[in-house]
Design a protein. Sequence first.
Length: 469
Amino acid sequence: MDDQLHLGEDENTLALRRAWDRAMHTLANRVNKPSFESWFKSMRPVSFDGERVTLGAPSPFACEWVTKRYGNLVREVLSQHLGKAIEVSIVHLPPEKRPMLGESPVEEAPPATQPVTLALEPEPVPIEKPSLNPKYTFENFVVGNSNRLAQAGAMSVARAPGQSYNPLFIYGGAGLGKTHLMHAIGHYVLQAHPRLRVAYLSGETFAQQYITALREQRIDAFRQKYRNVDVWLVDDIQFIAGKEHTKEEFFHTFNTLYQMGRQVVFASDRPPRELHAMDDRLRSRFEAGLIADIAPPEFETRVAILQKRAQIEGIQVPDQVIYHIAYAVEGNVRTLEGVLISIAARASVHGKPITLQLANEVLARHYVDEKQVHTVPTEQAVLQAVCQRFGLTTQDILGDQRSREVLMARQIAMYLLRERAQLPLQQIGQMFGKNHSTVLHAYNRVKTSLNKDKELTSIIYDLNTVLGN
């Protein structure tokens, strides 16, 4: 028996032949020309059992690529032309296994350039490389408890676009790192997957470009521009809420990309459930993937962010100044880094070293109310205040006595030296003859007991008052 694959003339085969013919015309209009020429023109229908269509591709790589990138689209188009919901399998079909002329082959669709079909369709608008901040990479993103989930989700979709969290929805207040992660995804994809097309824009830009396209009657080109990307990164999507026509266009663009298995990432200043001006259908699609929040960074993360930024900028900043800035600025990363850059610039212009005094001047003048700039006490001031509060001597606290009162005073002193004097754990340990982990344990014990232990809370409050807070 001939080893060539044959398509019989049963009812299902005839239906598949007609549907595939029409599907090729549809696909030529739904994907860009290079993709159609590279992937779809070489595919052939193999069989249809009434529930599942099997298609053949010329190589295992083509099978995998089309399945991952266009599987949903092919299923949608064939279901439409067959008049029923079907499943699709794409298998390796070597050239020697294809139907020979005269053996009922499925007719190849007319080339995508034939005027009868495509003369009225615009050429796909080429996607320029997105304008990404070169400093916004995963390597420069400091991970902490406040942003760990968002960073992990962003890294996952960058490594395997369209295969894990789709869509990825990142939300959080201004200046916390959402845009940094969006740019980091773009950088990673362009480097790891150079053939993929990436588009990054804000919700406001999408709305403005859509209005311009309508006014200039270029709506088809606008749609081609964004519906043919592989990774779509949309920042600040809250700006399209309330814009009815823009929301409609946004929905269809998102839906088209999602159905084709393209990666979509959104960022907003609030979670989907709080985007009240968004349609329910949009909110439900936002919630279909991973939702990750970014909270204001905790003290340790703020310190790490400042250290990383100082390293990137090549600025030598004393640890005590780093701790002081991290303690004084609790809001967002943008302000935190802005303080550091301002201090460094002021020091450079005036030829001064970076000191606590200079840091306080910048903070009070530009960022924080002067009354809110925390005074940084010396280590001697901290020890003196604790000794006075407990009726002990410095030798008692720094020595080896282990009475309950001395142990409590010692732990409070370690906590305040870290929290108020902003000394490194290692330096505190050297003062007490303890190792790093012992100091950290004491610090964490006091910190976790605050607001739970009324006596301890009262003592810390009194000591902070004495130390100038």
